[in-house]
Write a new protein. Structure first.
Length: 575
């Protein structure tokens, strides 16, 4: 960044702070990192962090590392490491050759811990977990109900000699003590108003094989110790993280300062919260474990893998991440904004096809027997380069049940006895009657006559035909299963539950509806799994990998109705 850039106005407070650091010479370059813990799959909240970490580095000509923050042997797994990489790549973020693992720093971290012991700034404690908690103290309300934090108590082992601490720490590593018998703690201040600064634990003994280091270690570093020193080890200038780490910042700075390492700087931003969604790996894991969803990549999950399977595009997701901005206080984003961004991107790029989700037969009684006409259809009106295709039209079609009424409600312009509609790309037809299934009482067959002069949908006599409906030729139809999704949680804030209930009680009963009998035009047979298309009037649909040669499965990505755009317009009109 040159002198002349000094007055550049940045979009957000993080870029402002980074620019200032460069200007005053605190750092010479910008180096960020994205540090997921490989204990779950990437979700849209992580994508926000990625967007910020990679975006800030890119804007300042810097680099962004991908670091697996894997210092907890209990929950981490290679399966997660691979899934994380796949999803990050798919979103369009490139860490190049800078993939790192905190578990590669165990030796470095151990040395830094010894350094702190030698400086008299860390000690081995014999108190157990419960006692440490008790000695630390808690926040309590005073008589005016204002919380304050009375000082904690020093551990009786706090003033062990440096040599003794070094010896005990080495023996902790060598496996001489049982799990939980000792910890290594930073010697800071047991009266500090921030409880995290009251001699936090740096290492615990845990005999649990780690997915990368196996049983080489039986002591594992805690997050607050490992994270700043991993950042420093990589020369990370700006350690960008979500707001819940703000209270950890003094500790971050304490470790960096006292270990005398590269002076990484932590800056926090607001977490992404999304309506009708939970965004914590802990809760998502529970949904998976308890089989409330089909897996981490269930299309209703807010995971990147779920969204991809649902048919969301990476460009649409990135557009959303750009629009929500970066703030210093937490807020909730309306999921309709995400859906709006996806819809906009798909509108520009998805090919159109005709498909009927809930079919009913329509017979054109004056159609020449066995005649098939191949009509011209537009692949994408937003993109002329997408070209045209042929769609077969015949005397027996399927239309959607919802496009016919025995008795039309007011302003219903689709089919009912005596009314005319335009069949998309085809002819104008008039409903002449219908038949019902005597057992179910459902409409089983709709009878029509067509006007041969109206091919392409134009009426030569300028007669007014208000409704246009889509259709599929019965003999050419490709059968498929349609999965229609709705929000996983009915409640806008699923985590807000009354006494005795859990977020699981907020799960929606109709988040998935399956249409087993759907029919599509023949070109749909050639769509590759993972491709998202528009079924005209029905929404965007993505072909699921569960599809077989015999039967395709399509997941509805989003409907066509854009409630967000309407909301935005209403707000603009009010302003
Ligand atoms: P979770 O709350 O889902 O368990 P986590 O914070 O424990 O997430 P990590 O793997 O530690 O998961 O997160 C990696 C990075 O993603 C961290 O820098 C964290 O700040 C960020 N992050 C996690 N959730 C969100 C969110 N909802 N919004 C923005 N950033 C997030
Ligand atoms: Mg975390």
């Amino acid at each position: 960044m040159s002198e002349s850039d000094e007055k550049t106005e940045y979009l957000d407070f993080i870029r402002e702070a980074v620019a200032e650091d460069l200007r005053i010479g605190r750092f010479k370059e910008v180096h960020t990192r994205f540090p997921p813990e490989p204990n779950g799959w990437l979700h849209i909240g992580h994508a926000k962090a990625l967007f910020i970490d990679f975006g800030v580095a890119q804007d300042f000509g810097g680099k962004c590392n991908l670091r697996m923050d894997d210092t907890n042997p209990e929950k981490e797994d290679m399966e997660y490491v691979e899934a994380l990489q796949k999803d990050i790549k798919w979103l369009g973020f490139d860490w190049e050759d800078r993939l790192f693992f905190a578990s590669d720093y165990y030796e470095t971290l151990y040395e830094l811990a010894c350094k702190l012991i030698r400086k008299g700034l860390a000690y081995v404690d014999d108190l157990d977990e419960e006692q440490i908690k008790e000695y630390r103290g808690t926040n309590v309300p005073d008589k005016n109900n204002i919380t304050y934090t009375p000082p904690g108590r020093d551990s009786p082992w706090r003033d062990r000699a440096i040599e003794e601490n070094l010896d005990l720490f080495e023996r902790m590593r060598a496996g001489e003590f049982p799990d939980g018998a000792k910890t290594l703690r930073a010697k800071i201040d047991m009266a500090h108003p921030n409880l995290l600064m009251r001699d936090p634990v740096m290492y615990r003994i845990r005999r649990e094989p780690h997915y990368r280091t196996g049983d080489r270690w039986c002591i594992y570093p805690m997050y607050d110790f490992a994270h700043p020193l991993s950042d420093a080890t990589e020369g990370v200038t700006h350690s960008l993280c979500s707001l819940e780490y703000e209270i950890h910042r003094p500790l971050y700075d304490w470790f960096v300062r006292n270990a005398e390492v590269f002076p990484s700087r932590q800056i926090e931003f607001a977490r992404l919260n999304l309506s009708h969604t939970v965004l914590s790996k802990r809760w998502l894991l529970r949904l998976v474990r308890e089989k409330r969803v089909s897996g981490w990549d269930d299309p209703r999950m807010p995971t990147i893998a779920g969204m991809r399977r649902r048919g969301y595009s990476a460009a649409g997701i990135r557009d959303f991440l750009g629009r929500i901005g970066i703030a210093k206080t937490d807020s909730m984003v309306d999921i309709q904004l995400l859906e709006h961004c996806i819809r906009e991107d798909l509108n520009a790029h998805a090919r159109r096809y005709m498909a009927v989700l809930n079919p009913v037969k329509l017979v054109i009684e004056n159609w020449p027997e066995d005649q098939v006409e191949w009509l011209d259809a537009v692949n994408n009106p937003e993109d002329p380069a997408a070209g045209m295709r042929k769609v077969p039209f015949s005397g027996t079609l399927y239309i959607d049940r919802d496009d016919f009424r025995e008795v039309p409600p007011p302003k219903y312009y689709r089919l009912y006895p005596g009314n005319q509609v335009r069949l998309r790309y085809g002819y104008i037809v008039t409903c002449t009657g219908y038949e019902k299934d005597p057992e179910s009482g459902e409409v089983a067959l709709i009878k029509c006559s067509y006007d041969p002069a109206t091919r392409g949908g134009d009426a030569p006599d300028n007669r007014k035909v208000k409704g246009t409906i889509h259709w599929v030729s019965a003999e050419h139809a490709v059968p498929f299963t349609g999965r229609l999704y709705d929000h996983l949680f009915e409640a806008e804030r699923p985590m807000e539950v009354p006494e005795g209930k859990t977020f699981l009680d907020n799960l929606s009963a109709h988040s998935l509806t399956v249409e087993q009998d759907a029919k599509a035009e023949p070109a749909v047979a050639d769509i590759a799994a993972g491709t998202t298309v528009q079924f005209e009037r029905m929404g965007y649909f993505c072909k699921d990998p569960d599809s077989t040669v015999q039967r395709a499965v399509f997941n509805r990505t989003v409907t066509l109705k854009d409630t967000w755009a309407k909301l935005e317009k209403r707000l603009q009109d009010q302003a």
